[in-house]
Design a protein around this ligand. Structure first.
Ligand code: NAD
Length: 380
């Protein structure tokens, strides 16, 4: 079968295949056609794809189309029955898209629907992008911050290390802890899941537990390893911890999300007012709270806001795309890993097996029907 790789819309520099991933797809038995200039913005020239064995041409003519997102408006019209579209389709937010694709007889596989089980980790785009985003959040903060992250003793004076606080120590938070620590900052991190303490420590950070008078913190964690919405009591104790800690903090990165719920508000305008001018707060949850903000009061998705007391508030929502080459490489590898699973014969023929929970979970339309949401999966 023929695999097509689209050039993404304006403003999306990532690409769903790299010359290396094309070689891997060819080894799986596929032919590959890449749209002209598809990888240019991520640093991959058409010539490099040709060298890897791809043709440059019309990706919509292919049997299987690889993309970062959904078909662009107007392009879906070119899709036909029997084609497969693989991308990040946000099925929970895109009922009309799914109905449209199903109506055209297109099989749609959504990379953001990969179940978060150990076996599927190599295809987990949410993790690979969160990792990049956490790293880039620190780079953005360092770029805004007017001082070194590292401490130094020099002839011109003693420089204290930057004090960094990371709220939420999941995939993105751990990447932020690693990046800030490797720049030399002193890093602390908090998360309602006490099991992250060891991971924080292994990256050189200090875990700040929200004090729990009932010492019943484990009860705050849902059975699948993800945080659930916290109690008012917990939130009040967490707010006191932030209020105590923030006056001495130079850089904050917030990453707190709760699956299926709006992002929690952790840091208020009042707390920001206690931070020194020139401090930087990166709200990685910007745009995902009920009011359109994020973990931090006053942050705006996609924007840089400066508070009255001079704290820089970054709400960038395109952090993975700000490292387009790295993001494309990891996304392309996630796709190759999925296609390896879907091509058991290495014969260039896609075969979907719905007995397999991973394949079932990612299939959001097939045979003219919307097949999302899938039956629940036991998370390991
Ligand atoms: P996420 O993006 O859903 O949330 C980010 C972090 O915010 C989490 O650590 C969460 O505990 C934290 N958080 C929630 N409410 C908070 C609050 N009120 N205050 C502070 N922090 C809060 O999580 P994620 O990064 O996708 O993953 C969480 C965990 O799931 C990972 O650490 C990992 O152990 C596991 N995971 C497993 C797989 C897999 O097996 N394939 C894949 C991804 C993640």
């Amino acid at each position: 079968q023929l695999i097509g790789v689209v050039r993404e819309r304006e403003g999306e520099p990532r690409v769903a295949a790299t010359p290396d991933s094309v070689r891997a797809l060819v080894r799986l038995g596929y032919r590959v056609v890449v749209e002209a200039d598809a990888g240019t913005r991520a640093g991959f020239a058409d010539a490099a794809y040709r060298e890897a064995g791809a043709e440059v041409g019309d990706p919509l003519a292919a049997d299987v189309v690889l993309s970062l997102g959904a078909p662009e408006a107007g392009r879906a019209d070119g899709l036909r029955e029997g084609q497969t579209w693989i991308g990040l389709l946000a099925p929970a937010l895109s009922p009309d898209l799914l109905t449209d694709l199903a109506g055209r007889g297109v099989t749609a596989l959504s990379m953001d629907a990969v179940p978060r089980i150990s076996r599927a980790q190599s295809m987990d785009v949410l993790s690979s992008m969160a990792n990049i985003a956490g790293y880039r959040a620190v780079i953005e903060a360092a770029h805004e911050f007017g001082r070194f992250f590292t401490g130094q003793v020099t002839a011109a004076g003693k420089v204290p290390p930057a004090q960094v606080l990371v709220a939420g120590a999941g995939v993105a938070g751990l990447a932020a802890i690693g990046a800030a620590g490797s720049l030399g900052a002193v890093v602390r991190a908090t998360d309602p899941r006490p099991e992250v303490a060891d991971q924080v420590a292994s990256l050189g950070g200090e875990y700040l537990a929200v004090p729990d008078p009932s010492s019943n913190q484990a009860a705050q964690v849902s059975s699948d390893g993800y945080a659930k919405e916290m109690s008012d009591d917990y939130n009040a104790r967490a707010a006191a911890l932030y209020a105590d800690t923030l006056p001495g903090v130079d850089v904050v990165v917030t990453t707190a999300l709760i699956p299926g719920r709006p992002a929690p508000r952790l840091i208020t305008a009042e707390m920001l007012a206690t931070m020194a001018p020139g401090s930087v707060v990166v709200d990685m949850a910007a745009g995902t709270a009920t009011d359109g903000g994020g973990n931090v009061e006053g942050s705006r998705p996609g924007e840089r806001v400066v508070t009255e007391n001079g704290v820089v508030l970054l709400g960038y929502t395109d952090l993975p795309a700000r490292l387009p080459q790295q993001a494309s490489r990891l996304y392309a590898t996630n796709l190759v890993n999925l296609l390896t699973l879907l091509t058991p014969g290495k014969d260039g023929a896609l075969a979907l097996d719905h007995e397999d929970v991973v394949q079932r979970a990612v299939t959001v339309t097939q045979d003219g029907a919307v097949t999302w949401p899938p039956p629940p999966v036991q998370v390991s």
